[in-house]
Design a protein around this ligand. Structure first.
Ligand code: NI
Ligand code: MN
Length: 226
């Protein structure tokens, strides 16, 4: 499985010959100004909630690539109003089988309104199960006991967790989440983009190491294989 980081909470996952793009917020992100959003291709666009820092480049990428949007009902209808007809609406608790694997929608504790203030449905996370590996993409969320449900019922090889604090979990909370998830390997997201979510990267990596866990912080624009 190949994982490319495009900054903030945006990752491209390549698995079983399909490309899954999560929460595209690239063109307004000063930390990602070396990324040309027009060179990114996707088969699926997975959106965790309606906040601008998660959906900004959605419509342009969906129009150009014809990627299928997978998100809640409200976000799919918003995309539809913006000229997108490839979408699959879901909600928390639901699961679908797709050509690369399964997606299950799980709870996130956050808010979800569009930039104009209209209702954006419930925020959510994704558990993706494939013949290669399984992973959990948390979206924006607080630490929640519901993460234990994921750890109890699914084998998760690695997790994408927010670590920037202020709007989401912190590094310390993400370490507790690894216990709930029974998953020692975390890819950090939702940090450093704004002043309010600045972290000390080295300190964060060492905190994980100190508890026998691994925090991977991928430089923006770079890829890893897991
Ligand atoms: Ni948010
Ligand atoms: Mn956010």
């Amino acid at each position: 499985m190949k994982i490319t980081y495009f900054g903030h909470a945006c990752f491209l996952i390549e698995v079983n010959k399909k490309k899954l793009l999560f929460d595209p917020f690239i063109s307004p992100n000063p930390l990602a100004k070396h990324i040309d959003v027009n060179t990114i291709f996707a088969d699926y666009l997975l959106l965790s909630h309606a906040h601008e820092d998660h959906i900004f480049d959605t419509i342009s990428i969906a129009k150009r690539t014809k990627a299928t949007i997978i998100s809640n009902w409200e976000i799919c209808m918003w995309a539809n109003k913006n000229g997108i007809s490839n979408f699959h609406p879901m909600n928390i608790g639901g699961k679908i089988k797709l050509d690369f694997g399964n997606i299950k929608i799980v709870h996130a504790i956050h808010s979800s309104s569009f930039p104009d203030g209209t209702y954006g449905g419930n925020p959510m996370g994704f558990v993706v199960e494939t013949s290669d590996k399984n992973f959990y993409y948390a979206g924006d969320t607080a630490l929640t006991l519901d993460m234990k449900l994921i750890g109890d019922h699914r084998q998760v090889d690695f997790s994408f967790l927010p670590i920037g604090d202020n709007f989401t979990m912190s590094v310390d909370n993400a370490i507790i989440a690894t216990e709930f998830l029974r998953c020692k390997r975390v890819i950090g997201m939702h940090y450093n983009t704004f002043d309010l979510i600045k972290i000390n990267e080295q300190e964060a990596i060492e905190k994980f190491q100190g508890t026998g866990k691994e925090l991977i912080l991928i430089p923006i624009g770079q890829s890893i294989e897991l």
